[in-house]
Design a binder for this molecule. Structure first.
Ligand code: PGA
Length: 265
């Protein structure tokens, strides 16, 4: 581990390398559990970064007989309010990019209900936490990172003890989503997200970032002090997190940008 880095970080040449590494780890876990007659519990993320992982999992299902029959999934978040059938919903994203193409039992898929009414939403969040506990906890959690440093939709200010809840989206996050919604004014103002504490309970975490627009926040998350202004810094306290970045997203890390500042370790 490099001396400035507080999260184990793997820099790869290409985006596809991340997909192969992370999907390979997920496949190994699923097979290990299936051999023991057990289920694997996956925490899943949306956005542009994990698409390659899902494509690779679909390939492993089609070409290498990887079965998802014993897999349970929990997604990190969903916009609120959001109709599950909307083209903007994370429900729709997950079915189109993964679930429609594998043999998962729909009863084993969990995504926060963006369609819940305001008086039901707290209940929905509590039940989400209980469902994760009942499933035995999350074995591997996949995370992206937003420009604000959010993991899930845990925007600046989210505490280390936060749980699944309704949150306000940061203006930076809404601006980043504007193109998908054909204008910032159409981006929902709120979301339901797993909390930081929920995420930190996963037994293993793979956080991924690609592209130069992520370089500054990657450095902050990996090398900066733990602070609730950047939720991803809390991962420094997790015992089994790996940060996978491509060269562009890793470009501001000390070992790449100013390697002469590295201490011997
Ligand atoms: P992205 O989103 O993968 O679309 O960049 C990451 C995030 O906001 O968590």
């Amino acid at each position: 581990m490099y001396s400035h880095e507080r999260i184990r970080t793997v820099i790869v040449d290409e985006h596809d390398d991340i997909a192969r590494l992370v999907a390979g780890r997920i496949a190994a876990l699923i097979r290990e559990r299936a051999a023991a007659g057990q289920r694997a519990v996956l925490g899943l993320a949306t956005g542009s970064t994990p698409i390659g992982i899902y494509r690779e999992l679909i390939r492993l299902h089609r070409e290498e007989k990887l079965s998802f029959a014993n897999v349970v999934t929990f997604n990190l978040d969903e916009y609120y309010p959001m109709d599950p059938d909307s083209i903007h919903s994370y429900h729709r994203y997950m079915w189109e990019n993964l679930f429609d193409h594998i043999d998962i039992d729909p009863a084993n898929v969990h995504i926060p209900a963006g369609s819940a009414s305001r008086d039901q939403v707290n209940d929905v969040c509590d039940r989400y936490e209980s469902a994760i506990r009942r499933a035995g906890g999350i074995d591997i959690q996949i995370l992206g990172i937003g420009k604000t440093g959010h993991i899930g939709f845990n925007e600046p200010g989210s505490g280390v003890d936060s749980r699944t809840r309704l949150v306000m989206l940061d203006p930076v996050t809404r601006k980043d989503a504007a193109a998908d919604f054909y204008g910032e004014e159409n981006v929902p103002r709120e979301a339901i997200t797993m909390g930081v504490a929920t995420i930190l309970e996963a037994r293993e975490i793979a956080i991924i970032a690609t592209g130069e627009h992520k370089a500054v926040i990657v450095r902050r998350a990996v090398e900066g002090d733990v602070n609730h202004e950047v939720a991803a810094t809390f991962l420094q306290r997790h015992p089994a997190t790996t940060f996978y970045v491509d060269r562009a997203a890793g470009a501001a890390l000390t070992r790449i940008a100013t390697p002469w500042l590295l201490d011997e370790v």
